[in-house]
Design a protein around this ligand. Sequence first.
Ligand code: SF4
Ligand code: SF4
Ligand code: FES
Length: 294
Amino acid sequence: MCATFTPPPVLSGRTFTVTINGEAREAREGETLLSCARRHDVHVPTLCEMDDLDHTPGTCRVCVVEVLASGATDPMIVTACNTPVQDGMDVRTRSRRVRELQKLQVELLLADHHQDCATCIRHGNCELQDVAQYVGLRTNRYFTPSRVAARPVDDSSPALIRDMTKCIRCQRCITMCRDGQGVDALVVTGTGQDTAVGLRDGLSQRDSTCVTCGQCVLVCPTGALGERDEVEKVVDFLNDPDVVTVFQFAPRCAWDSARSSGCRRERTWKARSSPRCGGSARTSCSTRTSPPTS
Ligand code: SF4
Ligand code: SF4
Ligand code: FES
């Protein structure tokens, strides 16, 4: 369905003009259609791509746009996230053909997706829901319950639940675990319709090298990765007059709480990271804070 452009060489600083939805726009050589569109505030839906992680696997296909290359007679459908801009391109992000294809892609992503959104941990905060809303999806012709039932759920960890019935195979979690955290616990498993994310060497989440840092949960666009919800247990403890409930924050959480309460960062206090916590340069647990100055 999609054509692919050969990336042109990146020439530093060169700019040219492309047309996006009928408007002439400045493009930078080497950038993708998606980054060019974003610089000009043109929205293109995405699911697998994640700029912060430098992650562009091109697997979700919801970023399809229509492109008429300079000198060409027929427009092509390409994925915006991994197609470089070329001089004179005419790009359509909202044509009928594009809208129908984007809608179809989301419908296909939902074909083996657990459909009970109302009870999902990410309900109301789900990128897949947002994109389905954006493309105006109102039907679900390909939903196959047996395919959902065949997908694995791993609830062996005391901290995380990995529910492949909601995985869209974007691989953000794998990149975060490998490049962000340096743990590299997650891998792609299976092929074709059976593709999923699993733990290295076929281990369960509990037995794997996972350090339960939770960073993969933060980048997952759906409810496929979620923290184990212990709220009911905590509320029971709080309501039990015979129990003294003590809260303990992880150092990273302490820093985030301190920062959001107005504490400033300086050399007055240092939190120790847990040996089980996979803090990296990006998500360091080693933090210094002081009380608010005001
Ligand atoms: S919780 Fe952390 S270590 Fe475990 S799989 Fe996710 S990113 Fe990797
Ligand atoms: S578990 Fe989440 S982040 Fe990982 S591939 Fe599936 S949808 Fe993407
Ligand atoms: S965002 Fe382009 S293929 Fe997923």
